[in-house]
Design a protein around this ligand. Structure first.
Ligand SMILES: Cc1ncc(COP(=O)(O)O)c(C=O)c1O
Length: 568
């Protein structure tokens, strides 16, 4: 047996590419969310590993028959759950090269290209994101590719802990406090456990709808003051750009200022939304990052890069490398001793590391900045279109403003119970609605809860999603809502019901308040930031939609009048 026989490598490699090309071609034929029951696979597969070799043909047949049914199809154009994990040909081919070379770049010498390309790519990305010079290798900082945000938070929290304990003494470990908001990703809590922070010293500052679930610097300071008065020591704050539940953005400037007053490390977690910040029109969401100690985002979420690829930058690289460095005799070499090279093993938890930079380099080169921006903007536009359709159906409401490519919505409580609309009943109904939509297998969305309100998250981010998928998804949601509402004891009066089931075109003709409401909702997006281009898109959309029915100017005139009234 030769497990790397050249001819077999070529033949089997081509077979797998063909298999995957067919998978992508037919991806719409699979239910987006897997429909198997727990334990399904053990029933299908043998109890023991095969004694004799099996052919690639028979293995691929079983992948098709047994594995694919148990996949949730994250690359389906109809995947709107969680945050997407966007792939691309460039990244996939990059992964092939990574796996083909299969080098272990723990230090510079173990594969110089792996380290040097990582530095180049991280500097390119840092410039694209307009991160301050202090995050660059030309300052005291630099960037590194890790697997996940969770790792980034563990490493930076450890760096912060060690830096602080050097100043105040190891005996004070129990007094260290870390801060976040109740919207911060749960990986912060996990990191705190791993880093050895007293579990009672993790402060999740409460957020509310009045600030769109942003972390309030005032509330944070109140919490810090209470801790300081109790003799505790503020250590670390995690601020988020694009929270998981609602994609809200914490005010980085004021939070960093406050943290500097209390000598705290600030990590900015932009796992999902960081990618969007390579577009000039979204970069303002990172304003204030210059005051942070570290920043990370996941290229594997929304930058056409395969799992797992978290980009982390720090301002003070020695703070990171001091606690993470190890040096066994067998790793010693002249390059390291010269101090002229970076050994990335000292920037991460593990020793072994993959040549991740190769796929990111291929993505950046294959699509260029222009292509990547277009990809991101297209998703944001599709989310805006979805948001508009939600707003125009008076049965639904947008629960929190949309910032990027995710829309948080629900069927309004007053539609479920016109006399005593309440969140409890609305939650039950929306939960059922989400399940009924997902059970069709046609699309997949997930939910979250904010302040006791169940929200349906429609998160656009899959590479293959197009306008037609968005339209189809919305029609499916409407249809499922209509049939579920039909099962309720009639509560709505007939006029309300009629208005609710009208198409957007009809609604526009007779329901200018809906248009008003839509524009009004835009005003509250991004702290007064108004995207005028969208209004024109909207007008254009209506133009196209109305034209077949009637003279468009008849309808455009009141629409434009309504628009100008709002913006006066
Ligand atoms: C804001 C935010 N932070 C962190 C994470 C966790 O990322 P990872 O799985 O890379 O640790 C997520 C995942 O969706 C996220 O949305």
């Amino acid at each position: 047996m030769n497990p790397l026989d050249n001819e077999e490598f070529r033949r089997q490699g081509h077979m797998v590419i063909d298999f995957l090309a067919d998978y992508y071609k037919n991806i719409n034929n699979y239910p987006v969310r897997s429909q198997v029951n727990p334990g399904y696979l053990a029933e299908r597969l043998p109890e023991c590993a095969p004694l004799l070799p099996e052919s690639i043909e028979s293995i691929l047949k079983d992948v098709d028959k047994d594995i694919i049914p148990g996949l949730t199809h994250w690359q389906s154009p109809n995947f709107y759950a969680y945050f997407a994990s966007s792939t691309s040909t460039a990244s996939f081919l990059g992964e092939m090269l990574i796996n083909g070379f299969n080098v272990v770049g723990f230090n510079w010498l173990s594969s110089p290209a792996a380290t040097e390309l990582e530095i180049v790519v991280m500097e390119w990305l840092s410039k694209l994101l307009r991160l301050p010079q202090s995050f660059s290798f030309s300052g005291n900082g630099g960037g590194v590719l890790l697997g996940t945000t969770c790792e980034a938070i563990i490493c930076t929290m450890l760096a912060a802990r060690e830096k602080m304990l050097d100043q105040i003494g190891r005996e004070n470990t129990e007094k260290l406090v870390v801060y976040c908001s109740d919207q911060t990703h749960v990986c912060l809590e996990k990191a705190a456990k791993i880093v050895g922070i007293n579990p009672e010293n993790v402060r999740k500052v409460l957020t509310t709808k009045s600030t769109n679930y942003k972390l309030s610097p005032q509330r944070l300071e109140e919490s810090i003051k209470r801790d300081v008065e109790a003799g505790l020591i503020p250590l670390y704050l995690c601020a988020t750009v694009g929270t998981t539940s609602t994609t809200t953005v914490d005010p980085l400037g004021p939070l960093c200022e406050l943290s500097s007053k209390y000598n705290m490390w600030v990590h900015v977690d932009a796992a999902y939304a960081g990618s969007a910040c390579i577009c000039p029109e979204f970069r303002h969401f990172l304003d204030g990052v210059e005051g942070a100690s570290s920043f990370s985002f996941n290229a594997h979420k929304w930058l056409l890069t395969n799992l797992a690829c978290c980009c982390l930058w720090v301002k003070d690289n020695s703070a990171l490398t001091k606690p993470l460095s190890t040096n066994s005799e067998y790793l010693k070499n002249k390059a390291t001793e010269s101090g002229q090279v970076v050994d990335f093993k000292d920037w991460q938890i593990t020793l072994t590391r993959r040549f991740q930079a190769l796929k990111l380099w291929m993505v950046l080169r294959s699509y260029g900045v222009t292509g990547l921006r277009q990809f991101l903007r297209n998703h944001v536009k599709m989310a805006k279109d979805f948001e508009m359709m939600v707003t125009m159906d008076s049965r639904f409401e947008i629960v929190v403003p949309r910032y990027f490519s995710m829309v948080c919505f629900r069927v309004s409580p007053h539609v479920i119970n016109p006399h005593h609309g309440n969140d409890h009943e609305a939650n039950e109904f929306n939960r059922k609605l989400l399940e009924s939509v997902n059970a069709t297998g046609i699309i997949y969305m997930t939910h979250s809860m904010v302040e006791g309100v169940f929200i349906i998250r429609f998160s656009v981010g899959a590479t293959l999603t197009e306008d037609r998928h968005i339209k189809m998804a919305w029609e499916l949601v409407q249809d499922q809502a209509t049939s579920l509402l039909g099962t309720l004891t009639p509560k709505a009066d007939s006029n309300e019901k009629n208005a609710a089931t009208q198409s957007p075109e009809t609604l526009l003709r007779c329901d200018l308040p809906a248009t008003h409401q839509y524009f009004a909702s835009l005003r509250h997006t991004s702290a007064g930031f108004i995207d005028f281009s969208h209004i024109f898109e909207f007008v254009e959309f209506q133009f196209v939609e109305i034209q077949p029915f009637d003279d468009p100017t008849t309808h455009l005139r009141p629409l434009l009048k309504a628009t100008s009234a709002i913006f006066q």
